[in-house]
Design a binder for this molecule. Structure first.
Ligand code: HAM
Length: 424
C-alpha cells in the first residue's frame, strides 16, 4: 500500500473544493437558525452497544458496515455510522429534555460505514442532520422534511423528489410481520442468504434487500399501509394534510422502508434525478421508541439527515457550485533586505486588522511578484521600494482601476482603510 494513497472510500477536500463545503455549511446554519434548531456536537466514536441497540442487530449497518474495534481498555468502540443514536444518547445523558419541548437539534460531521465505495457512496462521508424530540405532532414530521428542502432550495438544487410512507408502530407491525412471514415463507429457497436468516428474526428487513432475486419477490409482498392501526392512520393523514397545506410536493411510496430498526410511523427519502444508483440525497423519519430503547423516558422524536457529499455531487451535476473566490486585500511587493522587514511589519499590522495580506517568500523578482499578485486576484499591491521607504512612504496600486497613490507609513491606520476600501 502506497503511503501516498488514502484509504478506500475516503476523500480529501482540497482548497478549491472546500469553499463549496463551507458555503453549504453556512446555508445549513442559516436555515437551522430560521427553524430554531441548535447545534450539538457528539463524539466521533461511541460504545458499540449504542448502535447495536439503537439501529438494530439485524440491520445491514450493524451486521456488516460498522467500523468496530476494541480500544486499549478492551472496550468495544464503533466509529459512528450515523448521527441519530448518538444524539439521542447525548439528549438523555445531558438531560436536554428538562426544558421546553420540543428540543430541536442539528449536527454536521463525518460518519463511517464499511460499504462498497462507488460514486456517491463512501466509507467516510458527511451528514447534516436535524432532530426534534419531545412531540408527536405531525407538523414536526413535516418540518423535518421542509427544513432540508429549504437547504436544497437555498443551494439552487432542482429535480428532487420527496418519497413518503408510514411504517406504523410496534402494535400495527405485529399483524404485518405475520403477513410478511406468511408471504415470504413459500419463497424461502429463492431468497438470498441474509434474507433467509432474517425471515423469522426481522421480516421487515427483507423489504429493504437490494438483491435482484429478492426484489422480484418483494414486489408482490403485502404493504404496511394496509395494516396501520387507527392512531397511526390518523398521524399519517395529519402529515399528509400539513404537507398539502404547505404546498410541499411528495409521492407516496408504500414500499419505502428504511435500513434502521428505530423508525416508527412516518419515513421519507429525498431522491435526486441527478445521481445514479446512489440517488438518495437525504432521508429520515419518526423514531418514537428510540429514546426509551437507549435508556431515557418515552419520548417521541423525528428527524432527517442530508448526505452532504451527495448533495454537492448533485449540485455539481447541475452546475450550481458557484462561490465567489475572493483574493487577498493586498499583496506586498518588496525587494528583500530592509524592504522585506518593513513589508513584514506592515503585513503583521494589516493582518491584525483582519485584512488578508500576502507577501513574497520565494525571492521573486518584482515582475514575478506582480504576476503572483494578479494570479491571486489581489485587490491592491503595495510596493515597498527603497526610494519610497527612504521617505517612509509606499505606493498603493489599486489592481481594479490601476490608480496609484503614495501613502505615508507613519499612519498604518490610514493605510489599512485604503487597503480595505480597494476591494469594494
Ligand atoms: P441514512 O438514509 O442512512 O439515514 O443516511 C442519510 C443520508 O446520508 C443518505 O440519504 C445519503 O444521502 C447519505 N449517506 C448514507 N450513507 C452514505 C455513504 N456511504 N456515502 C455517502 N453518503 C451516504 C440516516 O443516517 C438516519 N440517521 C437519518 C435520520 C435522522 N433519521 C432520523 N433522523
Amino acid at each position: 500500500m502506497a503511503l501516498t494513497s488514502r484509504p478506500r472510500g475516503t476523500n480529501d477536500i482540497i482548497p478549491g473544493e472546500i469553499e463549496f463545503w463551507l458555503d453549504l455549511e453556512e446555508k445549513i446554519r442559516t436555515v437551522c437558525r430560521a427553524y430554531g434548531y441548535k447545534e450539538i456536537r457528539t463524539p466521533i466514536f461511541e460504545h458499540t452497544e449504542l448502535f447495536q441497540r439503537g439501529i438494530g442487530d439485524a440491520t445491514d449497518i450493524v451486521e456488516k458496515e460498522m467500523y468496530t474495534f476494541l480500544d486499549r481498555g478492551e472496550r468495544s468502540i464503533t466509529l459512528r455510522p450515523e448521527g441519530t443514536a448518538p444524539l439521542v444518547r447525548a439528549y438523555i445523558e445531558n438531560n436536554l429534555g428538562s426544558g421546553t419541548l420540543p428540543v430541536k437539534l442539528f449536527y454536521y460531521g463525518p460518519m463511517f460505514r464499511y460499504e462498497r465505495p462507488q460514486a456517491g457512496r463512501y466509507r467516510q462521508f458527511v451528514q447534516f442532520g436535524c432532530e426534534a424530540l419531545g412531540s408527536s405532532d405531525p407538523l414536526l414530521d413535516v418540518e423535518a422534511i421542509a427544513l432540508p428542502l429549504e437547504i436544497y432550495r437555498a443551494c439552487g438544487l432542482s429535480g428532487f423528489q420527496v418519497q413518503l410512507n408510514s411504517i406504523g408502530c410496534p402494535e400495527c407491525r405485529g399483524a404485518y410481520r405475520e403477513k410478511l412471514v406468511e408471504y415470504f415463507t413459500p419463497h424461502t429457497d429463492q431468497l438470498c442468504k441474509s434474507c433467509q436468516s432474517r425471515l423469522q428474526r426481522n421480516p421487515m428487513r427483507l423489504l429493504d434487500c437490494k438483491a435482484e432475486g429478492c426484489q422480484r419477490i418483494i414486489e408482490g409482498a403485502p404493504v404496511i399501509t394496509q395494516y396501520l392501526c387507527a392512531d397511526c392512520q390518523d398521524h399519517f393523514s395529519g402529515v399528509r394534510t400539513y404537507l398539502d397545506e404547505l404546498l410541499i410536493p411528495y409521492e407516496l411510496n408504500p414500499r419505502l422502508v428504511r435500513g434502521f430498526d428505530y423508525y416508527t410511523r412516518t419515513v421519507f427519502e429525498v431522491v435526486s434525478s441527478e445521481l445514479g444508483s446512489q440517488n438518495a440525497i437525504g432521508a429520515g423519519g419518526r423514531y418514537d421508541g428510540l429514546v426509551e430503547e437507549v435508556g431515557g423516558k418515552p419520548t417521541p422524536a423525528v428527524g432527517y439527515a442530508v448526505g452532504v457529499d451527495r448533495l454537492l455531487l448533485a449540485l455539481k451535476g447541475q452546475n450550481k457550485l458557484e462561490v465567489n473566490l475572493e483574493g487577498p486585500s493586498a499583496y506586498l511587493v518588496h525587494f528583500g533586505g530592509a524592504t522585506k522587514i518593513k513589508a513584514a511589519q506592515t503585513a503583521h499590522f494589516l493582518r491584525s486588522q483582519g485584512l488578508w495580506v500576502e507577501l513574497d517568500h520565494m525571492d521573486r523578482s518584482v515582475k514575478a511578484q506582480m504576476k503572483a499578485a494578479n494570479r491571486l486576484k489581489s485587490c491592491c499591491v503595495i510596493v515597498f521600494g527603497q526610494d519610497e521607504l527612504a521617505k517612509n512612504q509606499v505606493v498603493v496600486r489599486n489592481m481594479q482601476d490601476g490608480r496609484e497613490q503614495e501613502v505615508v507609513l507613519d499612519d498604518l491606520g490610514q493605510l489599512s482603510k485604503i487597503v480595505g476600501a480597494c476591494g469594494k
